[in-house]
Design a protein around this ligand. Structure first.
Ligand code: NAP
Length: 248
């Protein structure tokens, strides 16, 4: 695993429980935490690339992905190997991986559509999106996907472009509304309706994610800008309707 932050640790827990051997590297030194989890921490990314890895999972933030890939000493890579990314946007990592990786490195772009909150009681029935971007080693790829299949995920094979278009209309909107509610500092009241309780929960869940993640969802999904405009337009329409009623 390259990038051993919150989400990577969350995935690692299940993978370790299922008997996989994990090595991790990250900007931050996670030696002790990794040791406690049963993961070997390698501070030098070059040393990690030289190990006999079946899969290299990139779990860094969306914003740092390009820099992290650009600074990897890829000439040290043991080939063949399968590169997997788990970023919440998909065209961006696909394009970079295709650009920088040697031909003999396979590429699987994935988005587990869940995290430490929604997946805390297991991954059953949670969505797992993937695209086999460049796969020659079919067995390694299938074995990797099986990790999620065996946990009961709903496996969704689709193009990275289709993912980004759909995610802008669903996940990105959720985060924008959550962040907006956060700016409004909404709090639970003694007379909450069920609907309002849902909004307070949305605010809390959104704030548990890093701001980098939210920023990345906007910056590296070409469909996000239009969705932000759609939200503004919709709010304007709602306002106009109310004000019109006021005048009548
Ligand atoms: N959280 C979720 O529910 C979720 C779900 C699906 C997919 N994902 C994806 O998983 C990835 C990780 O998400 P996350 O929730 O853990 O939080 P995040 O804030 O998106 O990413 C944190 C990770 O990025 C690394 N990082 C950040 N800036 C860096 C830099 N300048 N140079 C090198 N490394 C840098 C961090 O390393 P250090 O820890 O070493 O500082 C950490 O490993 C993201 O791509 C996200 O889109 C997240």
């Amino acid at each position: 695993m390259v990038g051993f932050g919150t989400f990577a640790q969350f995935l690692a827990k299940t993978m370790i429980n299922r008997g996989h051997t994990l090595r991790a590297t990250s900007r931050t030194d996670y030696t002790q935490l990794s040791k406690d989890m049963g993961v070997s921490f390698v501070s030098d990314v070059g040393a990690l690339l030289q190990e006999d890895n079946d899969v290299i999972m990139i779990c860094t933030s969306i914003l740092s992905f390009s820099t992290v890939l650009g600074s990897m000493p890829l000439h040290l890579l043991r080939l063949p190997v399968l590169f997997v990314d788990v970023l919440s946007v998909k065209e961006h990592p696909r394009d970079i991986l295709l650009k920088v990786l040697p031909e003999r490195a396979d590429i699987l772009c994935t988005h587990p559509m869940f995290g430490p909150e929604s997946g805390k009681y297991g991954w059953k029935d949670l969505n797992f999106m993937y695209e086999r971007v460049r796969i020659r080693g079919k067995e390694t790829c299938s074995s990797f996907l099986q990790i999620f299949e065996m946990e009961g995920c709903r496996m969704l094979e689709m193009s990275c472009t289709n993912h980004d278009s759909l995610a802008a209309k669903s996940q990105f909107i959720t985060h924008v509304i959550g962040r907006t509610l956060s700016e409004m500092e909404i709090e639970s009241t003694p007379i909450d309706t069920k609907g309002f309780e849902t909004l307070v929960q949305l605010r809390k869940n959104t704030e548990k994610n890093s701001y980098d993640l939210f920023n990345g969802l906007y910056k590296h999904n070409k469909f996000a800008k239009q969705e932000l405009k759609n939200i503004e337009l919709a709010l304007e329409k709602v306002k106009q309707k109310l004000q019109k009623n006021d005048e009548e």
